[in-house]
Design a protein around this ligand. Structure first.
Ligand code: UDP
Length: 250
């Protein structure tokens, strides 16, 4: 541990180039995705990613509530990201705060660009993301879970939407930050990728990166998203596989 003022700062990168949990710079945390984890929703998914545990439930296309949000030429996507009070070390005040409103908004907008909203005018597609345990990267875990849940609900989309946060820790660009890296690192850059077109539909940044570092971070993030994409497809294949294991979770 090094120290800055009164604050203890952990050593984020070893001389061998390994991170606080022993990962390499381009290594993802263990990720498991289960499509169809909830029975009541039209579509759902459970994601465990490092120490993150996130559920997503999707409903729709269905009637729009509140009514005034209805759009005549397309479906509206309403997303609610929520963090449980028990999901973090220091109890989080329950309910929607500014952070969760912002995250709900950026995730909803990201899905607007992949879901074929024009096919369902005057309806709503509702996405609920519940973070049960948080360890940084929960908005990305939420996007991954919601994306698989949308596919599970049979909602037509251009593509799935893998997402990951890249950042700078101990002076190096690193994939998929965990809590200490997010807290004490130099930058955090969550992103979501449309794999087939290569388009980023969610990109945020906290901290500082030089232009070459930003290019490197985007590159690493895209590679990470492509790895996650394969796992998302695998989860859906497992859910809908024909054979003795079919429908295991229904
Ligand atoms: N966090 C927390 N309390 C809060 C909000 C966030 O402890 O009220 C933690 C939580 O572990 C979260 C991390 O800080 O995953 C990073 O939060 P950020 O806002 O960067 O979003 P995220 O990385 O989860 O998308």
């Amino acid at each position: 541990m090094g120290s800055v003022g009164a604050k203890e700062v952990p050593v984020l990168l070893s001389p061998e180039g390994l991170r606080i949990d022993g990962r390499k710079l381009d290594e993802l945390r263990p990720l498991s995705i289960r499509a169809g984890a909830l029975h009541q929703a039209d579509g759902s998914a459970a994601v465990e990613w490092g120490a993150n545990k996130v559920l997503a439930a999707v409903y729709g296309p269905r009637e729009v509530h509140p009514r005034h949000l209805q759009q005549n030429h397309k479906a509206v996507i309403q997303c609610r990201y929520n963090m449980a009070a028990f999901s973090v070390d220091e109890r989080k005040r329950p309910g929607l705060d500014r952070r969760s409103q912002e995250i709900s908004k950026v995730i909803g907008e990201a899905f607007e660009s992949v879901v074929f909203v024009e096919e369902y005018p005057r309806t709503s597609i509702d996405i609920y993301i519940e973070v049960l345990q948080a360890n940084a990267g929960t908005r990305c875990a939420g996007v991954v879970a919601a994306s698989v849940a949308l596919a599970d609900a049979g909602i037509p989309m251009a593509d799935l939407l893998p997402a990951v946060a890249v950042g700078k820790v101990g002076g190096a660009i690193a994939l998929d930050l965990k809590k200490e890296e997010d807290n004490f690192g130099e930058a955090d850059l969550p992103m979501a990728l449309v794999p087939q077109s290569g388009r980023l539909v969610l990109l945020q940044m906290e901290g500082h990166l030089t232009e070459p570092e930003l290019a490197q971070a985007l590159d690493l993030g895209v590679k990470g998203c492509r790895e996650i994409y394969e796992q998302m497809k695998r989860a859906l294949r497992e859910r809908y596989a024909v054979g003795p294991t079919a429908g295991a979770s229904s």
